[in-house]
Design a binder for this molecule. Structure first.
Ligand code: SF4
Length: 327
């Protein structure tokens, strides 16, 4: 494993058995998350970004099949870990937050109960210690009057506050990695910016690495240091945030960037989306998955998969780059 890597994924393949065939949702993803970094994983819905992280977490449904050459977290081989070891890693070392905190918070239990549970189970704290830590965590995520808030139920919190609670729960056991799957999609723009800022702050305070899954490149621009762009079950471009935004290599990344404007001025507006639709992963195409939508497609694109080419410190899988590098 790379010395700086916390999570190493090599050649991950995840598929789902459906009544009418098999969906090849992830088709050979290799990716690492470095210690303490803020990595963005971006792509349209159905590109495999969430399935990649659910595969890492061992949270796939029963109709899924997963294979990988390497799946290692902090030196532990997740491919050989028992279900019990995986559960313990999930609770202690990897935290996760999702788009809709209402589906993750139990409406029947108080916020205090839900914050204290992982502290009692994973950090083995006494009830008193857990209550103190729960109040501290609420305060840390910007919720005032934590002592009385702990006694309230999820429906008494706004959407943004519930997401703050989820961040508090996910961070309460000091995880080494926080996986955040579209954590701000359901929130309005102002609250979205506050939650992203909070995640960045928590990362800086605790040194936790964050893998942020989103369909929105604008979200990535505001917090991430490195980006992996996914399309059709594959990573198509990867590199430092600045390199991807100022010199995107892959036509799909260029299309994603062209579809948003005014990033950073707080008034992002959606421009024309990329024409066409993503490939059918029940019958994935040979060659480059972007061929059908790519304005630069050549004969070779449909016939053979492009390999990664590294240019200027970041890399992408596109046949055009072979020529650019040779030039
Ligand atoms: Fe377009 Fe071909 Fe590059 Fe794919 S490999 S992005 S189809 S030019």
């Amino acid at each position: 494993m790379n010395g700086a890597s916390l999570l190493d994924i090599k050649n991950l393949r995840t598929s789902f058995r459906m009544s009418d065939g098999v969906v090849q949702a992830v088709r050979g993803v290799s990716l690492s998350v470095r210690r303490g970094e803020f990595l963005g994983i971006v792509g349209e819905s159905g590109c495999g970004k969430s399935v990649t992280m659910l595969s890492v977490m061992g949270l796939l449904p029963e109709n899924a099949a997963m294979k990988a050459d390497v799946l290692a977290f902090d030196g532990k081989d997740l491919l050989r870990a028992s279900p019990r070891e995986k559960r313990s890693i999930r609770g202690d070392e990897i935290g996760m937050i999702f788009q809709d905190p209402m589906t993750s918070l139990d409406p029947l239990y108080t916020i205090g109960n839900q914050l204290m549970e992982p502290l009692r189970i994973h950090a083995k704290m006494s009830a008193r210690e857990a209550a103190r830590r729960a109040a501290e965590m609420l305060e840390m995520v910007g919720i005032s009057s934590p002592a009385s808030r702990l006694k309230q139920y999820p429906h008494e919190f706004s959407g943004g506050m519930r997401q703050r609670v989820m961040i508090a729960i996910a961070m309460s056991c000091n995880p080494k990695l926080l996986i955040a799957d579209e954590p701000t999609t359901a929130l309005d723009v102002t609250i979205q910016a506050q939650i992203l800022e909070l995640m960045k702050e928590m990362k800086e305070k605790s040194g936790t690495a964050v893998a942020l899954i989103t369909h929105d490149l604008g979200v990535i621009a505001s917090v991430c240091s490195r980006v992996a762009v996914m399309y059709g079950g594959l990573i198509v471009e990867e590199g430092e945030c600045g390199a991807i935004f100022y010199d995107p290599l892959h036509p799909y990344t260029k299309g994603l960037l062209a579809s948003i404007s005014g990033m950073g001025d707080g008034k992002r507006k959606k421009l024309a989306p990329i024409p066409g639709s993503p490939p059918d992963l029940m019958n994935p195409p040979d060659g480059c998955p972007f061929t059908a939508r790519c304005a630069y497609a050549m004969k070779i694109c449909a016939a053979a998969s492009p390999r990664f080419t590294n240019i200027g410190g970041h890399s992408a899988a596109c046949w055009l780059l072979r020529e650019r590098r040779a030039a």
